[in-house]
Ligand binder design. Structure first.
Ligand code: AMP
Ligand code: ZN
Ligand code: FE
Ligand code: FE
Length: 285
């Protein structure tokens, strides 16, 4: 049985490949299925599914939403959502409006200090995309102010740096409700990536499980083999389905490759099938 990649970003958020280009690449890599999971938008999912149909590749429409857990940011993936479902839109609009206000302030501070990035140019260069710090980082790179996107975060944009501003995250239950109403199932993204202390991590997993999350990412690009093993233990302990994906962003994160991540990702198709079976069970009752 082949492998799948259930965590992929496109130009609808901060990836550098369009949904159609993502599908072409997945097809050429021999993946059996992929999921398109853009930050706070389902706009890439519909075109991805259509491109998948044309190319003969299974594409799961998904989303990745940032939610608040006790004041910390965590990410929830939604799979098998209807990208057009009206239940999603008001929630996502709320996020994008908050992002817009924040982007305006960050760009204003940078402009004030002589770093020429403009919000209008960002919007022009990323038509229809949910704009975030990665786009601002790329603009700083293009303007010659930094020599890499990472440097832009390290010097300017990361939490604690001079041009960081927080943004509002959705309440967990609201994210869960919209994913569910749009016909999807929710999965906890990269729980070990945040570096949370173990008791906080366990509280977080228990809370998302209680809120209706059915799976968690057990395979993820940045995980060490020990973390993958620990994530599997946690998934079993909490009764969550194992899932996995690369978090592919194209050239925005060149070290992460589709399907294999940083080298050893190998997400079995059976994990996707179990997730789909769970979603089908939920739709029946
Ligand atoms: P935002 O949603 O606008 O706050 O931006 C968050 C995104 O920025 C994350 O999804 C990451 O892809 C990216 N990011 C966060 N920290 C860094 C970093 N230190 N270097 C590169 N990318 C980062
Ligand atoms: Zn991203
Ligand atoms: Fe994430
Ligand atoms: Fe992601």
């Amino acid at each position: 049985m082949g492998t799948v990649d259930l965590h992929i970003h496109t130009t609808a958020s901060d990836g550098t490949l369009t949904p159609a280009e993502v599908v072409d690449l997945a097809k050429s890599l021999g993946l059996e299925a992929i999921a398109i999971t853009d930050h706070d938008t389902a706009a890439g999912a519909g075109p991805g599914v259509a491109a998948g149909l044309a190319a003969g590749l299974e594409v799961i429409p998904g989303i990745e939403v940032s939610v608040d857990f006790r004041g910390r940011e965590i990410h929830i993936l939604g799979y098998f959502i209807d990208p057009e479902d009206p239940a999603l839109q008001p929630v996502l609009d709320w996020v994008v409006e908050d992002r817009d206000r924040r982007n305006e302030k960050i760009v204003g501070m940078l402009e004030r200090d002589g770093y020429g990035v403009s919000l209008a140019a960002l919007k022009r260069e990323n038509p229809g995309a949910v704009i975030g710090r990665p786009h601002i980082a790329r603009a700083l790179l293009a303007g010659g102010h930094v020599s890499s996107v990472n440097e832009a975060f390290d010097r300017f944009l990361a939490e604690g740096k001079p041009y960081f501003l927080p943004r509002a995250y959705l309440p967990l239950q609201q994210a869960m409700d919209s994913i569910r109403t749009a016909g999807g199932v929710a999965v906890l993204a990269h729980p070990l990536w945040w570096g949370f202390e173990d008791s906080f991590l366990r509280d977080m997993i228990a809370a998302v499980k209680a809120a209706g999350v059915v799976g968690m990412e057990v395979q993820y690009s940045t995980y060490t083999p020990e973390q993958t093993a620990y994530a599997m233990t946690l998934a079993e302990e909490f009764g969550l389905l194992p899932t996995g994906g690369s978090d592919f962003h194209g050239d925005a994160k060149p070290e992460v490759r589709m399907g294999v991540g940083m080298g050893d990702l190998n997400v079995p198709r059976a994990w996707l099938d179990s997730l789909r079976a769970r979603r089908d069970d939920m739709t029946i009752d």
